[in-house]
Design a protein around this ligand. Sequence first.
Ligand code: SF4
Ligand code: SF4
Length: 470
Amino acid sequence: MYNSKSYKASDFINEEEILSALESASENKNNFALINDILAKASEHKGLDYKEVSVLLESDSPEIINELYRIAEEIKQKFYGNRIVMFAPLYLSNYCVNGCVYCPYHCSNKKMARKKLTQEEIRSEVIALQDMGHKRLALEAGEDPKNNPIEYILESIDTIYSIKNKNGSIRRVNVNVAATTAENYKALRNAGIGTYILFQETYSKRLYEKLHPFGPKSDYAYHTEAMDRAMTAGIDDVGLGVLLGLNAYKYDVAALMMHVRHLEDFIGVGPHTISMPRIRPADDICIDDFEKSASDETLKKIIAILRIAVPYTGIIISTRESQKTREELLRVGVSQISGGSLTSVGGYGGKRDKNTSQFSVNDERLLSEIIEWLIDLGHIPSFCTACYREGRTGDRFMSLVKNGEIVNVCQPNAVITLKEYLKDYASEEIRRKGEKVLTDELNGIKSQRVREKAQYYISEINNGKRDFRF
Ligand code: SF4
Ligand code: SF4
């Protein structure tokens, strides 16, 4: 039976309940009184549940969809302002013992060149990422207890944090590794990770088991309950996601909302981020086997609905999506994007080894091009990592977002971290455009105290100092 407070995956992601919500949503597709009630609730910016989300997903009325976009944009501005947080993935190893049929790293793919970065190679990758201007990384590794044991991941995190090259430093390491034990989650917490990210891929147990025919990841319950183990072990911030294309999206979005509710009800804190990757062509993967991927328009609708349903959660879109698609999605609620990314093991520091890529990237622009593009679109690219370093994690972070106060730190932090970027890494042209944005943003900071402090930090950055934060 459905129970959001249960510790069991089959209770908090309950198939019967999902199917009943989807059926009811389909019956109410043209129930405009109900839809308008949901939109009125959405306008209060307090979120929606999986049943309400399912009703909105059914709607194909242009008026309703435009209203969704309008509310989503309003929420993004209110909670986060126009800052867009930047990050890059760093693939440590593509050794993997699992058999995920949608991923080229599955162990039966004998054509895939296997590679694991040494600590020395990590050092050159990180220096290359720092030289682009990155401050925040998402570590990726396949699951392989022999080649990528937890000790290797921990040592790599230590190496990354220890590297200070010129004015560069990686200030937040998010980690995307396989579901693991409470003990290992404690070790990751003690290593100072930011967000622990684990995609569910699909919430349908039947399909999940088919797509994961063997290996430790084939245990649906162990995987689905991973966030509970991680958060109970002391990791405050977790990131959810599904891989669009594996299952009918309405099912997985409704189930994702159930997972959100479970974390809120069982742990007391919802997800820090949600990712919505769409499946991409890759080695040994036939994209035609996965016909259920969302169209561009559907993806935009999903992102807008998520923005409305969980206003306090960051929404991430990676370079899987094209420049054009990312532009649309930024408008309706995406708050974090990757840039200048490589999805291969190694390559930032020199030779790109295409044979080790997890998927092909759609947006291949350099980080500098993405920064310029964001500025031209009126966003502020932000390299901020302040919250977790200031202890604003878990419920402390959530309460600040929920009462709308986070924007008061996001905005000045975006300003001072962009200033660092402009000083250390930008071309003359980008610096000129960026300085104009900085002046406008500084003038737009409402609190005189914060504005003056930000001005002081900027003058200190001009004097060669770094790493200020609110
Ligand atoms: Fe391994 Fe992850 Fe790829 Fe599955 S999705 S094959 S666990 S790297
Ligand atoms: Fe993210 Fe916190 Fe920085 Fe805002 S202030 S961008 S929420 S780290």
